[in-house]
Design a protein around this ligand. Structure first.
Ligand code: FES
Length: 99
């Protein structure tokens, strides 16, 4: 029997917790849990959602998310196209609780 893996998303500095299903981008998962992260294009190009990954690892839905290699190595991610590969902690000071 396949187990559906959910990952936990911790949003700092607020400390809000969200759950992400395997196919949910971090942005979608957070919104489903009532936490709105800054966003605009939702397709990995505008960089409005760009934030720091403090812990954990992500993969991307698209081949070339709009980040430089330097930015990636510094821990910047684009949550609108990022999938959690583990439990993750994000630094998003502008996150808003919507419900
Ligand atoms: S919302 Fe545009 S890159 Fe994420």
């Amino acid at each position: 029997m396949d187990e559906v893996k959910s990952r936990q998303i911790n949003v700092q500095p607020s400390g809000w917790q969200c759950m992400a299903g395997p196919d949910d981008s971090l942005l979608e998962a957070a919104l489903l849990s009532g936490v709105r992260l800054p966003n605009s294009c939702r397709n990995g190009t505008c960089r409005t959602c760009m934030c720091k990954l403090l812990q954990g690892s992500v993969s991307y839905r698209i081949e070339w998310p709009g980040l430089s290699a330097d930015e990636k190595s510094e821990g910047w991610i684009l949550p609108c196209v990022a999938l959690a590969e583990s439990d993750v902690t994000l630094d998003v000071p502008d996150a808003v609780k919507v419900f």
